[in-house]
Design a binder for this molecule. Sequence first.
Ligand SMILES: Nc1ncnc2c1ncn2[C@@H]1O[C@H](COP(=O)(O)OP(=O)(O)OP(=O)(O)O)[C@@H](O)[C@H]1O
Ligand SMILES: [Mg+2]
Length: 235
Amino acid sequence: MTSSPSAENLTALKTSALLTASQLNKTVQVGEQKLSIIKDVDIHVNAGEFVVIMGKSGSGKSTLLGLLAALDYPDSGSVKLADQTLSSLDEDALAVIRQREMGFVFQSFHLLPTLTVAENIAFPLDIARRPNKARVDELIEAVDLGHRRNSLPNQLSGGEQQRTAVARALVSQPKIVFADEPTGNLDEQNANQVMQLLLDLRQQVGSALVVVTHDPALAEMADRVITMHDGRIVH
Ligand SMILES: Nc1ncnc2c1ncn2[C@@H]1O[C@H](COP(=O)(O)OP(=O)(O)OP(=O)(O)O)[C@@H](O)[C@H]1O
Ligand SMILES: [Mg+2]
C-alpha cells in the first residue's frame, strides 16, 4: 500500500472530524401524506474511525447512509466532508467527490455486470482518469481473487462478488467508506471473510468506515455504535 498509517497514526487521525452532519431532516411523499423519515439527526465521523449504525428495519439507517454519502439530498440540514459542504453542491460536483473521496459497499454487491473482476476493481480509478494497474493487482491479491481476475460477476459466488466490491471500494484510497449491510446476503463464513477484508484494507488505507449492520459481532469491533429508532438517533 502506498499510504499505510501506523497504528499510532490511525489513533491520532481518529481525533479529527472528517464528516459532520447537522440537523438532517428528510421527508418522503406517500400518497397525500408527507412522511418524516429522518428527524433532526446530528452525527460526526472522525478520520479513520469505524462507526456502526444499528436499529430495527425501517428505522432509517439506509436513508441516513444515503444522506451522509451524498447519494441523496436532505430536506434540511447539512453534511460536511472535511471542509466541503456537500449539501450545497450540484450533482456533478458530488459525483467527483464520491469518486475521489468515498468508497461504497452494498448488500447486493452492485458490480458492473459486463466488466470483469479486474475491470470492476479498476473502475473508480479509470473514471477518475487515474489508472493504476499495480494498485489494482495488489488489491486483487489482497482479496484472494487472482484466479478470478478475468471472470464476470455472474460467474462468481456471492462471497467472491462482495470481495470484488470491497477491493473496488478501497482502490482509490478514499477518506471514507460507506457500507449498507455488506454481509447481509452472505453465509456466516463468507460474511466473516468479507468483513475482515474490509476492516484490514481500510486500516491499511486509513479510511473511516461507516457500516449499517444487524450483526452484533460487528458492532463489538466498532469504535462507536449509533442506534436509530423511528428516524432519530437514540444513542
Ligand atoms: N422513497 C421512499 N418512499 C416512501 N417511504 C420510504 C422511502 N424511502 C424510505 N422510506 C421509508 O422510510 C423508512 C426508513 O427506511 P430505510 O430504508 O432507511 O430503513 P432501514 O433502517 O434501512 O431498514 P432495513 O433494516 O429494513 O434496511 C421506512 O419506513 C421506509 O418504508
Ligand atoms: Mg436498510
